[in-house]
Design a protein around this ligand. Structure first.
Ligand code: TXA
Ligand code: MG
Length: 311
């Protein structure tokens, strides 16, 4: 493939991106969580291209993005709990895994043969404008090579996938900074991946605790080693060893700090950007302790995977 186009989210750029998606090309676009690598979810060839561009094992199903709840209702079956969560949190950083409607015309590769589909309405003006113009559901995993750090800027996307996709729509930095929270509602509401919407908010909406994920499908966000920088990484470090770069949290001496004031929302927004920056120095990385509540659960989940032993 020739060079990847960098498009800007004006009318011309959005039209071009939508036209590329409709014609089966791959376009990376900003969401409130991370950049997604988008392809037409009803086009087998486009979806195959997503797996090829990422180098992703093809048994991992993808999240499908739609502009609104009506579009989601045409693709999946919502029970009462799913409807309540969609009403409360869409558009937003919540992905629901629901029974797929066979007649929706979703390419089988999207769901990797599962009878369920992961759906989300993103809360980002550029993503929503693109989805409205494209007029097709858009399958989009994070726009990084498989197993690598997720992208929160267009430059991250180009560094990882430049030359392998048609275009990236540059909408600046992603405000949330970690991927969506994934919840399955059948047979009972279950947290499949902690993410940008705190699990506590979901439990408050349902009035019941979420069940924990007990194995089941193997997916990239659930693999032990994922989101991995090149450099080795140590967690819960209070003082770094000589030569290590310290990623701090809260008021402390550090090379980069996720949030000097100890704010978890700010820390999530900075997480992947700081990991990309530290990784570029090639020095080992040490990370300060992060509290395990709210967005801290998503941050610690990503950090544990980044630190897990690699193959
Ligand atoms: O924030 C996000 O969710 C980003 C942006 C681009 O929207 N997308 C993202 O997609 O993180 P991806 O492909 O990297 O993560 C897909 C996750 C996998 O970890 C997989 O577990 C889950 O979605 N998933 C997809 N379909 C599923 C299904 N039918 N059952 C269970 N899990 C599913
Ligand atoms: Mg990913």
């Amino acid at each position: 493939m020739s060079d990847t186009e960098r498009l800007f989210p004006d009318n011309a750029g959005l039209d071009r991106a939508a036209e590329l998606l409709r014609s089966g090309e791959l376009v990376a676009f900003p969401t409130e969580t991370v950049y997604g690598l988008g392809g037409n979810a009803t086009d087998d060839r486009a979806v195959g291209g997503i797996f090829a561009a990422k180098g992703r094992p093809s048994f991992n199903p993808l999240i499908v993005h739609v502009p609104d709840i009506d579009a989601a209702l045409a693709i999946a079956e919502f029970d009462v709990g799913a409807e309540r969560l969609a009403d409360a949190f869409w558009p937003g950083a919540l992905t629901l895994v629901l029974p797929l409607r066979a007649e929706a015309g979703i390419a089988p590769l999207v769901t990797a043969g599962l009878p369920t589909i992961a759906l989300r309405v993103p809360d980002h003006p550029v993503a929503r404008a693109l989805l409205q113009r494209a007029g097709c559901p858009v399958a989009a995993p994070s726009a990084n090579p498989s197993g690598r750090i997720s992208p929160t800027t267009a430059d991250h996307v180009l560094a990882g996938l430049g030359g392998r996709i048609a275009a990236v729509l540059d909408g600046g930095a992603c405000p949330v900074g970690v991927e969506s929270t994934i919840v399955g509602t059948y047979p009972q509401p279950t947290l499949l991946r902690p993410g940008g919407l705190p699990a506590e908010a979901i439990e408050a909406c349902l009035g019941a605790p979420l069940a924990a994920h007990g194995g089941g499908i193997s997916a990239p966000g659930q693999m032990a080693s994922h989101y991995a920088p090149d450099s080795p990484i140590r967690l819960n470090v209070t003082d770094a060893r000589p030569g290590e770069r310290l990623l701090g949290f809260g008021p402390m001496e550090s090379d980069l700090n996720l949030s000097p004031s100890g704010d978890l929302t700010e820390a999530a927004a900075n997480l992947f950007r700081h990991l990309h920056a530290l990784d570029a120095t090639a020095a080992p990385i040490a990370v300060a302790p992060i509290p395990e509540h709210g967005l801290g659960r998503a941050i610690n989940d990503r950090l544990r995977r980044a630190a897990a032993p690699r193959d």
